[in-house]
Design a protein around this ligand. Structure first.
Ligand SMILES: Nc1ncnc2c1ncn2[C@@H]1O[C@H](COP(=O)(O)OP(=O)(O)O)[C@@H](O)[C@H]1O
Ligand SMILES: [Mg+2]
Length: 295
């Protein structure tokens, strides 16, 4: 068995009477990317805060880089970097000044701070903007600076809370590239996201949390195959999607479905058959739980 960078067993956390995490088990092998998916309020940030020692767990065992987040808090802190959901940069400074300040606070000398700052500015494509105030930056530039700041000192485990929320496609892809480069350096990355495509593209393993529990986990393909068969999609002559039907994937079931659909839809309807997407899985998992908790 490979070594675990993150090992969570039976984690529970409530705020007042509100149970947010109700028995979570997660294990993340060293050097992999793990994506945590879940609707707003599912407890993703709370879990990242517990893993990064900012919030104490109520119950369960939580180990990061082999250390216990409660009894070996300082060892955990020395093993991790965190980029939070909301930016923590000084807007009235330039990116160069922000980075140099964090370098100095992390104990680097003035000369080392200059070298490290230049390296990071270059790596995160911020050299041209290095002397501009952060308040003039785009969302993508700020996110890159956030990440650069959390990587001033290289640590084995990196937490990213919704790293690409609100970014445009180009900035998002640029960040994905950076995340994959960090993985190639052997860093373990634990990220939360609302984007299924992001989990699909980046993560070796995915967990979906909802209602305080991990409702599904595995590779993107594991999750997709949970839905079983194929999905039939129907498009009208303008290529607009007008219906989807899940099938078991057997020829018998697909033929029955198509016979039924042929009675309901006009003759010119176009039919395609595809594998389930992560979106299908996510919708199924989160809507089912919602119904259960409402009933
Ligand atoms: N410090 C806190 N005190 C009370 N409630 C909190 C606190 N932090 C988070 N919560 C609640 O816990 C739930 C999960 O929040 P959060 O972990 O931020 O979810 P997510 O990141 O998945 O959107 C929410 O209902 C939120 O209001
Ligand atoms: Mg959050």
């Amino acid at each position: 068995m490979s070594k675990l960078a993150i090992d969570v067993k039976g984690l529970r956390k409530k705020f007042g009477s509100h149970v947010v995490l109700n028995g979570i088990d997660i294990s993340v092998p060293v050097g992999t990317v793990y994506a945590l998916l879940g609707p707003n309020g599912a407890g993703k940030t709370t879990l990242i805060h517990i893993l990064s020692t900012l919030v104490a767990p109520d119950e369960g065992s939580v180990k990061v880089a082999g250390y216990d987040v409660v009894s070996e808090k300082n060892k955990v802190k020395q093993s991790i970097s965190l980029t939070g959901q909301f930016a923590a940069v000084d807007e009235m400074l330039t990116s160069e000044e922000n980075l140099q300040m964090i370098c100095r606070l992390s104990g680097l000398t003035i000369a080392e701070s200059r070298t490290r700052t230049d390296e990071l500015l270059k790596h995160f494509d911020l050299t041209a903007a290095a002397k501009k105030l952060v308040k003039t930056y785009s969302g993508g530039m700020r996110r890159r600076l956030d990440l650069a700041i959390s990587l001033v000192v290289s640590r084995p485990v990196l937490f990213l809370d919704e790293p690409t929320t609100g970014l445009d496609t180009i900035s998002r892809r640029a960040l994905w590239e950076i995340i994959l480069q960090l993985k190639a350096q052997g860093i373990t990355i634990f990220l939360t996201t609302q984007y299924l495509e992001e989990a699909d593209q980046l993560a070796d393993r995915i967990a979906v949390i909802n209602g305080g529990h991990v409702v599904a986990s595995g590779t993107a393909n594991d999750l997709k195959s949970k839905l079983g068969g194929e999905v039939i999609e129907l498009h009208n002559s303008n290529e607009e999607l007008i219906g989807t039907v899940s099938t078991t994937g057997t020829i018998h079931d697909i033929r029955l479905s198509l016979n039924e659909l042929a009675l309901k839809y006009p003759q010119e309807t176009r039919v395609s058959i595809r594998k389930p997407s992560l979106d299908d899985v996510f919708l199924l998992l989160t809507s089912k739980k919602l119904e259960e908790s409402l009933s």
